[in-house]
Design a protein around this ligand. Sequence first.
Ligand code: DHB
Ligand code: FE
Length: 304
Amino acid sequence: MAEFTKEQLLERVNTNHGAEGNARVRAITERIVTDLFHTIDELDVTADEFWKSIAWLTRMGQTGQFGLLTAGLGFDRLLDIRQDEADQKAGRAGGTPRAIEGPLFVAGAPLSQHEVRLDEGEPEGEVFVMEGQVLDLEGQPVAGALIDVWHANTQGGYSHFFPGMKPYELRRRIQADAQGHYRFRSYLPPGYAIPPGSPIAELFTALGRHGNRPAHIHFLVAAPGLRTLTTQVNIPGDTYIDDDFAFATRDGLIVELEKNVAPVGYESLGVTAPFTRSRFNFVMQKAVNENEALPLTRMERVAG
Ligand code: DHB
Ligand code: FE
């Protein structure tokens, strides 16, 4: 039979002709293709509309913007909500809330013991120190915990993605001391906006949505035997704090800012005048298996 109805075509597309394949991939693909067939039919998607969307997806891939798409359409937060639900069912409560990783992590940032300057001695904006301890759920310090921290520059750009920035600019790794203490100096980052004129911006313009994220700082915290924590904190007072394009703002992750803190004791970070400080402890759950404690980002976990 070479002529088929739409239904017959769908059935053929979704038929596994005796080959082994991967049952999970098959089930998910079948569902997505079926839903898309129905979308095309019910919304009467034209051939031009369809091919335009394929051309757009191609440009998305070429500009490496799929990670922005998933965040902006809520999938990153959805996965966190689902993981929170699973944790609740499993009786795994407590600790610092997880938050989205975002698509802009870069592995291999310079490593320092206990403290570091992210701003590389080129002060911009408000001098900011964030400090605290890495703790377990019992409140015990996690000696030697590894903290990856990254944030945007004054123009909302991330190094390795935004032109003109130095390698690893505003990206560092800090190994906490024996008492789990860490601290770093930087400046308060501004918000972030999706790149104008990019494929992702085209979509959000068409959707009538903005592409702004409130000011935030990303963290990946890892230590042996503990569940790797991907999170981010928000700087209070940002216009978009409750209107994040990536839906990532969470209670418990909005830091408090102490203004005009005396610089005594912060000389090693080059602080000589009153500055803005935030104290924040990272509280980590126990890992229930080795996989959970791998010091990897969400993307690195699945990299081949
Ligand atoms: C996006 C940007 C971020 O800085 C982030 O943390 C998450 C998502 C984005 O452009 O999609
Ligand atoms: Fe970000």
